[in-house]
Design a protein around this ligand. Sequence first.
Ligand code: CMC
Length: 428
Amino acid sequence: MTDRARLSLGDAQYEFPVLEGSEGERAIDIRDLRAKTGHITLDPGYGNTGSCESAITYIDGEQGILRYRGIPIEQFAAEPNFVEVAWLLIFGALPSGDEYTSFAADLTRHANLDEGMKHHFEGFPRAAPPMAILSAMINALSCFYPELFELEDPERFRGAAARLISKIRTIAAYAYRHSRGQPYIYPNPRLKYVPNFLHMLFSEPYDDCACDESVIRALNLVLILHADHEQNCSTSTVRMVGSSGANLFASCAAGVCALWGPLHGGANVEVLDMLERIHNGHLTPEAYVKLAKDKDTKVRLMGFGHRVYKNFDPRAKLLGEVAEELLARLGVDDPLLDIARRLEEIALSDPYFIERKLYPNVDFYSGVILRAIGIPTNMFTVIFAIGRLPGWIAHWREQRAGGSRIARPRQIYTGSTRADYVPMAERG
Ligand code: CMC
């Protein structure tokens, strides 16, 4: 097997090294391409471009494999524990008993927001999109913890990571309560990560919500399955912002903004809208799939397709099973689950989807689960963000530790060639 790639440009020949990852992925290392040849590569959407080397998450999109630090995600499903997975992703190995206990204690200690932060929520309109609030408030954490801008010290980094992971859920819950005009519910230090989040969302000052164990398990698993996905749009954003030297809070706030888009994390909202539209009688699943295949409509089968997976997204498989189990356990008969199953059945036997290798992705069933838990649709992408945060933090840390250069792509300029300034009075 060759370990050099050869490029011919006119009469000139160049050689570039070929790198191989631990799972056999190969890349042509073009770090000195421009210096040697005067050319750059052009790859809009970065479908063929590796931006970094990373040891966090492995995906084999052809075979539908997803592993966190080498561990297949299916192995987290038996006893789903989001906090443990967060540690694994960020620090590289499963936590020891002591590490886990101390990290969980940090999460409990840091759950409250500074009282000053609470006033910020009042300034947002009731109908404000919760992703906008989430991003703004995560960025606002920078104002309250300027001592956490420099994170070379491992203890300090750990403190910043714990604060973020803990507070994102409080911010999310307060955004939800604010949108409903309800009083904020303080975190309860006696509750674990997920039940505490549900408590802040659904308890009343005079009445604590009772959470079914199956709901806690399902939400833990939803968060775990969203926790990292290597160089996706939001994670690449976090790495890119971090590469400028921006602090962890600012970098993750940028990640929230990237996640918000309907082709990324926002797809879980779009899936629910699609299922509701079909259910409300405007369309049959068959008619919707027909529309999604028609290039003139710009309609897509939301929750289907993926840049990397050309096979079943393993997260969708697990979530489909969890949706089934949770709804049965809660005695919920949700017609939207039936519609989702029907859409999946139609699409998976349709040549359009087969030829393009379009399968259900993580967003296809997550909404049905969140809906059964009682989480409103406009909070779905926020839940995705809470899940993805450990991945963002892990990548921010890896990027910093690697001492990489500022991320700064180049371009092929296609605008006007040199032109002259014309004073206003002389313009026609
Ligand atoms: N419905 C109908 N056609 C589709 C779909 C879809 N959901 N997805 C892709 N296609 C078609 C697309 O029109 C194109 O067809 P053609 O080759 O004839 O032009 C072909 O499949 C390849 O699609 P692409 O847009 O070039 O693929 P991409 O890798 O750029 O985009 C994607 C990936 C996820 C943005 C896209 O599949 C999509 O828009 N899916 C729906 C939105 C969605 O579910 N997003 C969540 C992604 S998973 C979670 C996350 O990343 O946050």
